[in-house]
Each structure stands twice: as structure tokens, then as C-alpha cells.
Design a protein around this ligand. Structure first.
Ligand SMILES: *Cc1c(COP(=O)(O)O)cnc(C)c1O
Length: 813
């Protein structure tokens, strides 16, 4: 491995500056926060819109990293490590990966398409791994950065690769083609996703086809547009439900919960069963089947393996566990590469110092078991894992390679001993191959609550944060408002993520909220917007920073500050410039100055004000008057007190509408959670929360019968009614009932009939094929929180923060 990494980097055009050529490169990294960085890491310092990794090089050298790919050498790092200086580190990463790929010579399947890439990849891995040592991209690592990172996991023992490539705009695919150099091409469902970056479908397809420039065969669902534009040199292997000229003709019928496929392939006829009925799964399964046919598998093997296909769980989920544990559920795969990713995720999400990993045997590493478990053990050590629980014959045999490890030969053996293991106050990563059925372990460890959950997409939060960061001028800091339990989305978990993203400040409404965050281990400075006088001692004790908005409050705080002999304790001065809620008014500024002058117990960290109309350009003049007054009053404070605090006045809609008033910091709130009142901006934000439940019971009522309290719904015809266990006590407004509101079941609208009850509501599912236990979406992508708010004559803020605390929050990426 190390020779190949060295060779690949040496063939990237770069100026080498360094003298330690005692190379032992085993891996590459682009994440400065990964605990896996060390002497064997080649670190690529990528430069993003909001983050320049060059600033972390100094710290990385201190942790032992010796080799860097950079665009410049930071002054304080000169002579302290090896540097490959290049023009653009992302391009260098891609060239490096392309070089690395060229050192291997075995079939590589390249997948692209709009939908289904990751599922097809995972299924192909399942179908082919009995016969091949497969290397595949982890999760959905399919971007301009993800693909290079996937490629470098190839090693000498692999003999088949499966890599996915995803693009969002023109001209990206050429680069990915050079990196993956697939020999077998697969185009999955072409759909309508990501159409924004392209003029039309033709352009999108022809861009995707660039991945297949040099393949020996292209496998695809036959389609006229593709046939017209695909390169005539390429050998095509297509399938179709209706076009007999396709290489493989398929007809299907549903039988119970399965689909039977009849395959006509040349002179041959097969009948194959797959355990799915939905269109997307059937299409993805046929794509996999095509690969088996191309690889000339016999009928029996194809039948046996296809029947075992399973739903793929691709997400790492964070769940609340028993005894105050938090669980990271990755119970569907176990390979070395995905273990690395899961351990990084564990570090970024851990809620408790103590970290436990429950790990099954690892498959398909391509390494000997001895070497594999040595590496796994090194990885565990570098991630500072406190205890390891190994499950499986092989990992048990290598138990002594780990420190503080217990092992069990089977999952059942572990479950029998479960109560002796005393899981409490720790973060537990559960990582196992499917065959180990670790979902049983998850079920044991998971806190039991009712079936309604609010799912929070942490990636969407990261993306939304980056979206707003990209609107900021250089050096403008960002405070994120996590008041009201992160606008209903979860306080601690979101704060933890924000800390990971290095935002500058957090804002909460009351001291209690800040104390909770600090006690849970959040180190970011936290401003308390509305501190009550009685909470000042607690604020001081927990190092929170109060917003001071009146002379009365200031005197009260100073009194305590003097008693406690504080020195330069950070406070924030709020000015009232027109909102008329909290803040010093124009006529109190002189008293404020007189009180603060010469006082050493406190330090004015920032001066802020809040806008009343930043979201509505009809009131632009009013907004500018607020900004002008803020400028005037804050300047006066600064010059008379001779201080240079941070100044900030913009909330989310202010960031978008009043860029010139960003001052030193902005306060991001609702935008982080995926809501904007501007239609254009809304399109660019990602949905964060999805409120989900299930169907408890289904019944059919006759014409004239009624549903619910007060008989507010009377059936006009035989009507199928489903009951959902969520009601106004969970935060669903009663106004949303009586056929104004709807929920989504199987992608169809089911209107709420009758009045919403305290813990339940009923919906009309007459035209929806659904069963008891099926999933129900209350809000999320559809209906959106904004849509519901509009219909109920309120604002999204109220809908989000109303979801009650008894609804369990589940976080995932
Ligand atoms: C809540 C709040 C914000 C954030 O507002 P959004 O509209 O959610 O961005 C900013 N500043 C103050 C003082 C707030 O109370």
C-alpha cells in the first residue's frame, strides 16, 4: 500500500519541500478533526468556501502528521514537515486518486444515475462477494471528493471494484471518469433529481454517459434518448419491460409480497423472485440481475441470490439509549472502510466521554485476518475507544489484539450476557455485518418510547449552515440560535454538531438552556438572551454570557459581579432600535456609559440589536432606520468607553436581505433548520426535520357513520379510516383537523377527518393501499412546515417549536 501511495503522490505535478523521506504512508485524510490522523497520513489541505484546512496544519504536525499537500506552507510550519506544494489541492487529490487507480488492473464497475446508485452498489456487493474480493465506495461517497477517497481504499487483494459517481452540474463527470476508469458501466434510474444543474434531460444524460467513455459494456434500462446519444462504439446490454429489441426482456407480476420476474434473454427463459414490490426496488433489482447475467452466472445461483436481496439501510443513526446511553446504529455493514467512517462519526457525535464499540467480524478486507485485526486495533486505539465488544468467531480469536475487549462467538451469546455488561452513560457504536443481526442488539439498547418520532437530518443542518456561511463577508462570525431546544429540533445534538463545525457562538433564551448545554460538555461560548436577575449566579457559575438590556439588569449584575470579585466577565449589551422588546433605548445610553466607564468586573463582548422587519422588504425604510440607529448608538458606546466589541444585528432573513449590515457577527436561527420566507432561498435549503408516525389501526365505515368526538366527520360513502397515534398533546394544532390538514402515507395525501384528539388523529385512506404499521409523515418534505404554517395562519417557528418533548428525536446522517 505505502509504495503505491508514495508513487501516486510523486506523480502529481507539485513542488516538493521537505527532507524527511523516511516514508511510511498508509492512508490519506482531508479531515483535520479525525482522530485517525497520524504519522502514516498524507493530509490534503482542501480549501472550501468557508474553511481553509491550511489553518489546521500546525495542530496536525503536533499530533504527528508529517506529510501534507498544500497550496502554500503556513509560515509557522516551514521546515517542520514534508510539503507537496500544488496549485489546487482538490485537483491534486483527484490526480492522486487517478494515479492510484492506474496501479490496479481488475474489473471496476462504475455506477451513475439519478436514483438507486447506492442501493444497486450495496446489492451488487451482496450478490458478488461470495465469489470476489469486492472493494466498493462506502455509504454514498460519490462526489468530487468522495470518489477519490473511495478509490484509495483499494489494495492488492481486491479483484472487483464497485464505485458510484454522482454529479450535480456539467463537466464534473470527466474528472470522475479519469479517477474511476470503470471497465463495466451501469446507468441506474435517470429520474428528475438534480436537474437544476442542467439545461435539459439530454444534457444531463450525456454528461452522465461520460463516465462510460472506455467501458467494455454499458448496462442500462433501455430508453430512446440514451440510444440516440450513446457512443456507438460502446457494447450495450439493455433491459426493458416493453421494447423487445432490448438485450433482456422482462415482464413482472406481483405475488403476495414478492415480485416474479420473467426474463427473456436470447434463447433462455428464467423465472426469478425478488422480495420487493415497489417500482424503484424492482428496477434496481433488475439492474443487479443484468450484471449477474453479464457475468454468466447460472440460473440456480441467480435465483437463489436474488431472492435474498434485502432493504438497504445506508444511514448512520443516532438514537437515545437505555441508562442515559446514546447509540450510533450502523448495524448493517462491516468492512474496514466503513468502520473508519463510523468511528469519525462517533467522535463528532459522542455525548459522553466514554466510548464503546460493539463490532462483528469484518469481511472483505482483502487482508489476512492477522493483519486486518492489527489494523482494526490500531484504529480503535487512535480513536480512543474505552471498550470493545467483539462478536463473531474470528474477532473472538483475535481478542488479545485489543485492550479492554470482551468477545462472544455469536450475537445470541452476547444477548445472554447483556445484563452483566452494565451499559450506562456512554456512547455506543454498534457496527456489524448483516448476518450478525445486530438489530437485535439495537432493540435491546434503544430507549423504548411510542412510535412517533421527529427525525433530524444532521447533514441537512450542516449544508444549511454552509449555505448561510457562504453569504457572509470574510471574517464575519456566526452565532447560531439554539433557543427553544434548537427550535424544537434537539438542543444538545445540534449544539454538538455546531461545535464540530466551529461556529463562534451559541444563543439561548434562558439560563437553564445554557446550563444544560454546558453540563453536557458544550464548550462554545453561549449568550443568554433573556437572563432573569435570579439566574445571574448560575450564569456566572456556568460561564454563560448574559445579554444585558436595562440599567436595572446592569446594576443587578454588577452588584453580584463585585461581590464575586469578577474580572472582565463577558456581557452583551442589547440596544432597542425599534423592535421595542428588550434593550437600552436612545435616552438611557448616557447612563449606560456612565455606569460602565472604568468598570473592570465586566467586559462588553458585544453590542447587539434585533430587527423587527428583516423578513419583509415592504418595511425596508424602517429596517434601515434601525440599522442607522444601531450604528449611531453602538459607535457612541465604543468611542466613549474606548472598546471594540463585536457588533451584530442580523437574524436569518437579515443575512439574506441586508448584507451590508453584517458587522462582525450574525445570528442565524430558523434558516439553519431549513426554513426561509423567501421562495428562491427556500429551494436552496434542505429539509431538516421529518415528523413521522405509523398507522395503529384501519377500519372501513359505512355511509352515514361518523368519526371522532362530536361526529364532525360523517362518511358520504364507505370510507377507510386509519388511526395515527399523534395528537394535539404532541403539538399538532387542532386547527389542522377537519379536512384542512393531511398527512402523507405511501406518497399520497390522506386528509385528517374529524377533530384531532389529544393523542390520536384519524385520516381518510380510502384510495390508498396501506396496512396497519405503515409509516405516516406528518411534516417534512411534504407537507412542509411552512405550508402548514400558512394554512393555519401562523409562522413556521410556531409549528417547529410546538412538537412536544414526548416525541422522540432521532438524529441521522
Ligand atoms: C431568535 C433570535 C434570532 C434568530 O432569528 P431567526 O429569524 O430565527 O433567524 C436572532 N436574534 C435574536 C435576538 C433572537 O431572539
Amino acid at each position: 500500500m505505502s509504495q503505491k501511495i508514495l508513487k501516486s503522490i510523486q506523480n502529481v505535478p507539485a513542488t516538493f519541500i521537505g527532507n524527511n523521506t523516511n516514508w511510511a504512508l498508509e492512508t490519506i485524510s482531508i479531515d483535520s478533526r479525525s482522530l485517525q490522523n497520524g504519522p502514516q497520513t498524507l493530509f490534503f489541505a482542501l480549501v472550501g468556501a468557508n474553511n481553509d484546512a491550511h489553518q489546521y496544519i500546525k495542530d496536525l504536525i503536533a499530533t504527528g502528521v508529517q506529510n501534507f499537500v498544500v497550496t502554500y506552507i503556513p509560515k509557522e510550519c516551514e521546515g517542520k514537515a514534508n510539503f507537496f506544494v500544488v496549485q489546487n489541492t482538490l485537483i491534486a487529490l483527484q490526480q492522486f486518486a487517478a494515479n492510484y487507480r492506474s496501479l490496479f488492473n481488475f474489473p471496476i464497475i462504475g455506477l451513475t444515475g439519478s436514483n438507486g446508485k447506492t442501493i444497486v452498489k450495496e446489492w451488487l456487493n451482496f450478490l458478488l462477494s461470495p465469489d470476489y474480493n469486492v472493494i466498493r465506495s462506502p455509504k454514498s461517497y460519490n462526489s468530487q471528493i468522495g470518489v477519490p477517497l473511495s478509490i484509495i481504499a483499494i489494495n492488492e487483494q481486491h479483484n472487483l471494484g464497485i464505485f458510484e459517481a454522482g454529479i450535480s452540474t456539467r463537466s464534473e463527470m470527466d474528472k470522475l471518469q479519469e479517477i474511476v476508469k470503470p471497465t463495466i458501466g451501469i446507468l441506474t434510474n435517470i429520474g428528475t433529481a438534480h436537474d437544476e444543474g442542467f439545461v435539459n434531460t439530454e444534457e444531463k444524460i450525456s454528461e452522465k454517459l461520460k463516465l462510460f467513455k472506455h467501458v467494455e459494456v454499458l448496462i442500462y434500462h433501455k430508453n430512446k434518448i440514451i440510444d440516440l446519444i450513446v457512443d456507438s462504439e460502446i457494447n450495450l446490454f439493455s433491459w426493458s419491460f416493453n421494447d423487445k429489441s432490448a438485450s433482456v426482456f422482462v415482464s413482472k407480476k406481483s405475488v403476495l409480497d414478492k415480485t416474479v420476474l420473467n426474463i427473456e434473454f436470447g434463447q433462455e427463459y428464467y423465472e426469478i423472485k425478488i422480495p420487493f414490490q415497489d417500482e424503484a426496488s424492482v428496477e434496481n433489482a433488475i439492474t443487479c440481475l443484468m450484471v449477474l447475467l453479464y457475468f454468466k452466472y447460472d440460473e440456480k445461483t441467480i435465483q437463489n441470490r436474488m431472492e435474498l436481496l434485502y432493504p438497504v439501510e445506508m444511514r448512520l443513526k443516532v438514537k437515545n439509549g437505555i441508562n442515559n446511553c446514546s447509540i450510533i446504529d450502523d448495524s448493517y455493514s462491516s468492512d474496514f472502510q466503513s468502520l473508519k467512517i463510523a468511528l469519525d462519526f462517533l467522535e463528532s457525535q459522542k455525548q459522553y466521554k466514554k466510548k464503546t464499540v460493539i463490532l462483528s467480524d469484518i469481511f472483505q478486507s482483502g487482508l489476512s485476518n492477522d493483519e486486518l485485526y492489527t489494523r482494526v486495533s490500531q484504529l480503535i486505539v487512535s480513536n480512543k475507544i474505552d471498550r470493545v465488544i467483539g462478536i463473531g468467531e474470528t474477532i473472538s480469536a483475535f481478542e488479545k489484539k485489543f485492550v479492554n475487549c470482551v468477545s462472544y462467538k455469536t450475537t445470541a451469546e452476547f444477548i445472554a450476557k447483556f445484563n452483566d455488561l452494565n451499559f450506562a452513560n456512554e456512547t455506543i457504536l454498534i457496527k456489524g455485518a448483516r448476518t450478525f443481526q445486530f438489530e437485535e442488539i439495537v432493540a435491546l439498547l434503544e430507549e423504548k418510547t411510542h412510535e412517533t418520532v421527529l427525525e433530524i437530518n444532521l447533514n441537512a443542518i450542516s449544508d444549511n449552515l454552509n449555505f448561510f456561511k457562504s453569504k457572509l463577508k470574510p471574517n464575519v462570525k456566526i452565532m447560531v440560535m439554539v433557543k427553544a431546544f434548537g427550535y424544537g429540533n434537539g438542543g444538545f445534538e445540534i449544539a454538538k454538531l455546531l461545535e464540530h463545525h466551529k461556529v463562534d457562538y451559541l444563543g439561548v433564551a434562558f439560563a437553564d438552556e445554557g446550563i444544560l448545554l454546558k453540563s453536557a460538555g458544550i464548550h462554545l461560548p453561549i449568550m443568554v438572551l433573556n437572563p432573569e436577575t435570579t439566574s445571574f449566579p448560575a450564569i456566572i457559575q456556568h460561564q454563560l454570557e448574559p445579554e444585558i438590556y436595562s440599567l436595572k439588569g446592569l446594576h443587578a449584575f454588577l452588584k453580584i459581579a463585585e461581590q464575586k470579585q469578577l474580572n472582565q466577565f463577558p456581557i452583551h449589551i442589547k440596544l432597542d432600535t425599534g423592535m421595542h422588546r428588550l434593550g437600552f433605548e436612545d435616552n438611557t445610553i448616557d447612563d449606560l456609559i456612565a455606569t460602565l466607564k472604568g468598570n473592570q468586573t465586566v467586559k462588553v463582548k458585544s453590542i447587539l440589536s434585533h430587527m423587527a422587519t428583516s423578513d419583509n422588504l415592504e418595511f425596508k425604510d424602517f429596517a434601515y432606520a434601525q440599522i442607522d440607529l444601531f450604528e449611531k448608538l453602538s459607535s457612541k458606546l465604543m468611542s466613549e468607553l474606548q472598546i471594540t466589541p463585536l457588533r451584530h444585528i442580523l437574524n436569518t432573513s437579515g443575512i439574506s436581505n441586508f448584507q451590508e449590515a453584517q458587522y462582525d457577527m450574525v445570528r442565524l436561527g430558523i434558516g439553519l433548520y431549513g426554513v426561509s420566507n423567501d421562495a428562491e432561498e427556500q429551494k436552496q435549503l434542505e429539509n431538516v426535520g421529518t415528523l413521522k408516525s405509523i398507522i395503529s389501526q384501519i377500519r372501513t365505515i359505512s355511509k352515514g357513520e361518523s368519526v371522532g368526538y362530536g361526529r364532525r366527520f360523517i362518511a358520504e360513502k364507505p370510507t377507510k379510516i386509519a388511526t395515527i397515534p399523534i395528537g394535539y398533546a404532541d403539538g399538532i394544532s387542532r386547527g389542522w383537523g377537519n379536512e384542512l390538514g393531511f398527512v402523507m402515507i405511501k406518497n399520497a395525501k390522506a386528509y385528517i377527518v374529524g377533530s384531532i384528539c389529544m393523542d390520536m388523529l384519524m385520516v381518510d385512506v380510502t384510495d390508498i393501499e396501506c396496512l396497519e404499521g405503515d409509516q405516516v409523515i406528518i411534516f417534512g418534505e411534504c407537507p412542509t412546515v411552512s405550508y402548514i404554517a400558512k394554512k393555519l395562519n401562523t409562522i413556521p417557528y410556531e409549528i417547529l417549536t410546538s412538537v412536544s418533548q414526548r416525541v422522540k428525536r432521532v438524529f441521522y446522517r
